[in-house]
Design a protein around this ligand. Structure first.
Ligand code: ZN
Length: 465
């Protein structure tokens, strides 16, 4: 193709290189101020920059962020306050930049979930991000969105995502207010009540954690409900493989929906919201790529990897005022592309395929948990009559691989200790991950059975997704 043809043909989509160049320009606008604020008031990066002999002037483009080392998740999780900007006394800031608005929590590497602070500035960025995410998914003013994220004991961002996504896109918003009941202030609704709302208000979009959305749809079907109005299941927090999408689709169709689709979002607490599919399995678009730098690096060498090659994801915040992380290793292995989307023509980068965990973190019921720290806590039981234990991540209904996550804890102990050990083990798991395990007792010498003749595995994930 001649140069003349290429420039004359306006239908030629921008190349990956052009998209990257345009994106870098937008990102580089934010970087200088971000680095000035880090130097002035970031408890971790201020001293680190000094130690490395770096000043804000050393960061002119986002590529300069490579002058800083990657930040392991545990550094943030162990001391989240050290990553919160302290802008007290810094002149020239707007009230939005310093006023605390929201706190959402991510899993810590201790049993304590780590707070992620949003100022009003960050809240506005969340609203903008979710408006764009909703638009990518095709949610708009004609929709009635049913938020079925739980109103959880520890606030996670899912509830905010679906609420802001609906509100900012002009859709009507319904809220299930499901979640673990809190007897002192009984605001929670049961799933069946939430299903009644979706039916009577003619919800068009169900938005929640993957396994919960499916359970919701299954239960509605069991109750003989009419969910013919639902056209889209927005399933977040965990992957939704094609066969699971098919299952959700066929159940919705059995309730009268004509051509329902699913949209599987991907995000971390630290990215403030999900990247979203424009079509099923078409890759997940980053809604606000100018606000975050995503790097994909080789796990062993730390070298940047080209588009299309899976590697460790690093996230840098370019325009935040609460919690600020730079080159943060969230623990996922991802594949990125900057090619113009062949499905919708958008130029934001997309994640391809299903991101997966690269470390000891996993998601259970949509919440990120650190299996390493859970094991540390459970190890205490080994000094209190437990000879061995094993964590099995499974599904509530073993014959149904799509049902809600569950946890089975196998403990080997003397029969007279079972009751006490069971109580203690449940308490440890509940405090670490908001889930009550089922306990299976093995005889004190039952280690051989746990090992099952194979190399002993402390954790077994049989969920197959
Ligand atoms: Zn697209």
């Amino acid at each position: 193709m001649s140069t003349r043809q290429a420039t004359d043909d306006r239908k030629t989509p921008p190349s990956a290189e052009e998209n990257i160049a345009r994106l870098r320009e937008r990102q580089n606008v934010y970087l200088p101020k971000m680095m000035r604020l880090c130097a002035a008031g970031h408890p971790y990066y201020g001293p680190l920059m000094k130690k490395l002999g770096l000043t804000p002037d050393d960061f002119r483009t986002v590529e300069d962020l490579r002058k800083l080392p990657p930040l392991p998740k545990k550094e943030y999780a162990n001391d989240p306050e050290a990553f919160r900007l302290d802008l007290e006394g810094v002149p020239g800031l707007a009230p939005e930049e310093t006023t605390l608005a929201d706190i959402v929590y991510t899993a810590g590497s201790t049993s304590k979930p780590a707070p992620f602070y949003d100022t009003v500035h960050d809240r506005f960025a969340r609203v903008q991000l979710m408006a764009r995410a909703a638009a990518i998914a095709g949610v708009g003013p004609d929709d009635t969105v049913m938020n079925i994220f739980p109103l959880s004991s520890i606030p996670h961002q899912g509830f905010l995502s679906a609420s802001w996504g609906a509100m900012a896109s002009g859709a009507k918003l319904l809220t299930g207010l499901t979640g673990r009941p809190y007897p002192d202030i009984p605001v929670h609704k049961r799933m069946d009540e939430a299903i009644d709302i979706a039916e009577s208000q003619r919800a068009t979009v169900l938005w929640g954690i993957t396994a919960y959305v499916r359970r919701f749809v299954m239960r509605a079907q069991e109750l003989g409900k009419d969910l013919s109005s639902v056209r889209l299941a927005m399933v977040m927090g965990e992957p939704c493989p094609p066969f699971m999408r098919e299952d959700i689709r066929s159940r919705l169709m059995a309730m009268g929906s004509e051509a329902p689709t699913t949209n599987n979002g991907y995000g971390l607490t630290e990215t403030q919201g999900p990247a979203m599919e424009c079509v099923e399995l078409g890759g997940m678009h980053q809604p606000s790529p100018e606000q975050f730098l995503f790097e994909v690096i080789d796990r062993d060498t730390g070298e940047p990897l080209p588009d299309g090659e899976p590697g460790m994801m690093l996230v840098s915040h370019l325009n935040r005022r609460g919690t600020v992380l730079l080159r943060y290793v969230g623990g996922d292995v991802v594949t990125l592309t900057h090619e113009t989307c062949p499905h919708c023509g958008r130029t934001e980068p997309r994640f391809l395929g299903s991101p997966r965990r690269a470390d000891g973190f996993t998601k259970v019921k949509g919440t990120l948990i650190n299996l390493g720290s859970l094991q540390d806590e459970l190890a205490a039981l080994l000094r209190r009559g437990v000879t061995e234990y094993q964590i099995v991540l499974t599904t509530e209904d073993r014959s149904d691989p799509f049902s809600q996550d569950a946890m089975l804890l196998k403990v080997a102990c003397a029969s007279e200790d079972q009751e006490r050990v069971g109580q203690e083990a449940k308490a440890v798991v509940r405090s670490a991950m908001e889930i009550t395990p089922e306990i299976e007792y093995l005889p004190a010498d039952g280690f051989g059975e746990i090992a099952g003749g194979y190399k002993f595995k402390r954790v077994i994930d049989e969920r197959g997704r």
